[in-house]
Design a protein around this ligand. Sequence first.
Ligand SMILES: Cc1cc2nc3c(=O)[nH]c(=O)nc-3n(C[C@H](O)[C@H](O)[C@H](O)COP(=O)(O)OP(=O)(O)OC[C@H]3O[C@@H](n4cnc5c(N)ncnc54)[C@H](O)[C@@H]3O)c2cc1C
Length: 288
Amino acid sequence: MIPSTFAYAAPETLHDAMSILAANADETKIMAGGQSLIPLLKLRLAGPAVVMDISRLADLRGIEETPSGFRIGALVTHERLINDGAVTRRWSIVEDAGEDLADPLVRNLGTFGGSLAHADPAGDWPAVALATDVVVHVQSLRGAREIPIEDFFTYLFTADLADDEILTHVDLPKPAPGTVTAYVKIAHPASGYAVAAAGVRLTIDAGGTCRAARVALTGVATTPLRAAEAERALEGAVIDDAAVRRAVECAADGIDVMGDTYAPVDYRRHLIGVVTGRAIQRALGRRP
Ligand SMILES: Cc1cc2nc3c(=O)[nH]c(=O)nc-3n(C[C@H](O)[C@H](O)[C@H](O)COP(=O)(O)OP(=O)(O)OC[C@H]3O[C@@H](n4cnc5c(N)ncnc54)[C@H](O)[C@@H]3O)c2cc1C
């Protein structure tokens, strides 16, 4: 289908972009890579008066190493992030997620920030972000805010972002010593989106005890979310087969699992255990 008519703006600076939003926030839609927005426009599920293309905002495009980790600009494309050796050397989970994320066209146009802002309940980066405890930075003419990722996804395709706010960058921390990570996705054979996927981060001490655990899921509920019970089963436990089994068994507990024609609720609950177990094993296989 053809989108309804809209005005197009392509500001060159963040300040100009924020000014456009401040003047007309509820009628303006930000476009980054356009890989989710353009399909919505074509289907007329979105019909903004103004599409504001932020792809010229150079300040939002870099990956910078900082004393505490990495500052990842919102406009960093999937392809750029997946191939950033400094990031993937520390966070294998980023490379894993890239193995199966969309197609080359989408990977070269779609952005990390767009993926988080879009809050797709089956998006890959949201689960990676939850597993790595990123902090999201947003800005408007009213000021700047920092949002811990666990508070960011509020509902189906909804994030904690006001209409006049731009997601500028994300802080990805450095992993603690003894940390291993992995991502495993069971992809829908047609769309490639997650039917269920898990991102796992385990920090394990020299004695084999898990000091910190994150198990983040996507594709299974109205938002990407953490599997709190699986994390509880892992944290403080000596990581052996029994501990992994306990985490797998309770991974879906407390989650309002979504069903659809492709994967009914019971099957998806089962898949949550499968991807959680595989991601834990994949991460453990990376222990030195
Ligand atoms: C064929 C196809 C296959 C795909 N497969 C996958 C897949 O396997 N896994 C996966 O995770 N994703 C997949 N995607 C989605 C893809 O990753 C998108 O690129 C991503 O979801 C959105 O990024 P974008 O930069 O294109 O955002 P856009 O489409 O430009 O924007 C998406 C939404 O986010 C808002 N937005 C964007 N940037 C900002 C910002 N900086 N600040 C505030 N709001 C912002 C926009 O207003 C819009 O509402 C697929 C897409 C397609 C078309």
